[in-house]
Design a protein around this ligand. Structure first.
Ligand code: SIN
Length: 529
């Protein structure tokens, strides 16, 4: 029977850091990392901008980073968590540097600091415009040196193995003892039992038709935790990145990092007008929700499907500062000295997720969560740019510390559970699954996107309920990769819609045309002095 002391689901920055730290701390314990695709395929791999950390103590301060995070979160951040994260950012950064991540530095060897929307200081450490890819590759190399850590690729987790409290022990809650998973190559279903499980499954951008997230981002961890009874919150706060290359039809959409605006690029409309100052005094560097909504409004008024990012005045910097973005634009035939980049918002990040405390514990015993799938309280209603990798680093560390304290006292419970056999989907059924996924993503983009309405949310709720019934029926006796992803997409879409319907006031990334305008709406946000 396969067993692990610690099971980590997901191989982005959060999962890798947790596995490395626990693996190093317990050299004789078995750690297993499960990932759905190749090890490097995660949201982390696609993160361009960087990590926000106060490193320049002459020009920046913890208070300034805290204030920027709270303002971006529009009143819904947990201030204690914000302080906790900001205060340990530097220590976590030093660990990445010690593992071998080479952040950009100036000619005097100081970390080079970029600026992004909502930050009132330069504080984003980065590796050109491919920070996530650099971090991911260093951490994967580090993981491979640990003999007690096994990495299982191309495995999709179907569900958590949980135990309900028994009547005679009713004060205990539900607990987690492992996972059931499907091997995508052999179609074999199996159970892995573990003392403790960490969900680090990342985001859910693939719930939407246009997204910057890779195909693997289908909300799996959030969906399975919710099915097991974990508390899940703030799902209505879906962050749309303002500047994705949506018009070239790729999935995921290529991202034009916010750091390009931080470097001076301007947003203009079809008429060539720089429009952001109409909406906010911080212009292109207002918080991400404000910029995305302003672009959506410009597009609604003009009927155009994009606005433009004018980089002509900084084009000579792009090959060196943003080589990946520059090469992508060249490959699409764009001459950035002469023409602006067509951009539009795309689903980018879920600010909510599985509720965790400061130790990374979910409401299910022995189940932890960190990274994008967790709702830590840091982001509130809208995440500050480049706080995501930071949050993942800090909460992976919290999970590690708590597990290091507790692991010896957590029993391994192995049960003989019936293992479902996996039947292949018939061709017609697979077509139905794939068509359903495509139409659901379109519906979510149209009705549950940047600008929502009560009618649109109710309509989507009804459709999702029907789809859920259909898919449950189809899933009887079948365990299949496409079906499982669709099941997860439907579950997280339902969470987004249900939690949107419960929110009675516009706030941060949540905007419903039928609600009272927020105190600082339509688009204004307190401007920091
Ligand atoms: C970007 O590079 O614009 C994305 C950074 C982030 O998601 O925080």
């Amino acid at each position: 029977m396969p067993v692990a002391d610690v099971l980590v689901v997901g191989s982005g920055i959060a999962g890798l850091l947790a596995a490395i730290k626990i693996g190093e701390h317990f050299p004789s314990r078995k750690i297993c990392v499960i990932t759905k695709n190749e090890a490097a395929e995660s949201n982390t791999q696609y993160a361009q901008g960087g990590i926000s950390v106060v490193t320049d103590f002459l020009n920046d301060s913890f208070d300034s980073h805290i204030k920027d995070t709270l303002i971006a979160g529009d009143g819904l951040c947990d201030e204690e968590v914000v302080r906790f994260v900001v205060a340990q950012a530097y220590d976590r950064l030093e660990e990445l540097i010690a593992y071998g991540v080479k952040f950009d530095r100036d000619s005097e060897g100081r970390l080079s600091l970029a600026k992004e929307g909502g930050h009132h200081r330069n504080r984003i450490v980065h590796c050109k415009d491919a920070t996530g890819a650099s971090v991911s590759s260093v951490l994967l190399q580090k993981l491979a040196t640990l003999p007690n850590v096994t990495l299982l690729t191309n495995q999709i987790v179907i569900d958590l193995i949980t135990r309900q409290p028994t009547a005679w022990h009713s004060r205990a809650g539900t607990s987690c003892h492992g996972v059931t998973l499907l091997d995508c190559a052999s179609s074999k279903v199996s159970n892995i039992f573990s003392r403790t499980t960490i969900l680090a499954t990342g985001g859910l951008g693939q719930v939407y038709e246009t997204t910057t997230n890779p195909l693997v981002a289908t909300g799996d961890g959030i969906a399975m935790a919710w099915r097991a009874g974990a508390e899940v919150s703030n799902m209505e706060f879906i962050q749309f990145h303002p500047t994705a290359l949506t018009s070239f039809g790729s999935n995921p959409c290529f991202l034009i990092s916010e750091a390009v605006r931080g470097h001076g690029a301007h947003l203009i409309n079809q008429l060539g007008e720089r429009f952001m100052f109409k909406y906010h005094p911080d212009g292109e560097l207002a918080c991400r929700d404000v910029v995305a909504r302003a672009i959506a409004m410009e597009m609604n008024v003009s009927g155009d499907s994009e606005v433009y990012l004018d980089c002509a005045h900084i084009a000579h910097h792009l090959p060196d500062k943003f080589p990946t973005i520059y090469q992508k634009c060249v490959s699409l035939g764009l001459d950035l000295y002469l023409e602006p980049i067509p951009v539009a918002p795309a689903a980018h990040y879920v600010c909510g997720g599985v509720d965790v405390d400061m130790e990374g514990r979910t409401t299910i015993e022995n189940l932890y969560a960190c990274g994008e799938c967790a709702n830590t309280g840091l982001h509130g209603a809208n995440r500050l740019a480049s706080n995501s990798l930071l949050e993942a680093m800090v909460f992976a560390h919290s999970c590690y510390q708590d597990i290091a304290r507790r692991l010896d006292n957590i029993p391994l419970r192995i049960e003989s559970l019936e293992v479902k056999t996996s039947q292949p989907l018939q061709a017609a059924e697979r077509t139905l699954v794939l068509q359903t996924r495509a139409s659901l993503r379109k519906l979510m983009t149209e009705q549950v996107g940047i600008i929502r309405s009560e009618k649109g949310l109710q309509l989507t709720k009804t459709c999702l309920a029907e789809l859920s019934k259909l898919i449950s029926k189809l899933a009887t006796g079948i365990v299949d990769f496409d079906l499982q992803e669709l099941r997860n997409i439907i579950d997280v879409a339902q969470l987004i819609v249900d939690q949107s319907l419960k929110r009675q006031q516009n706030c941060g990334a949540y905007f419903n045309i039928d609600h009272e305008v927020h105190s600082h709406f339509p688009l204004e946000r307190v401007v920091q002095d």
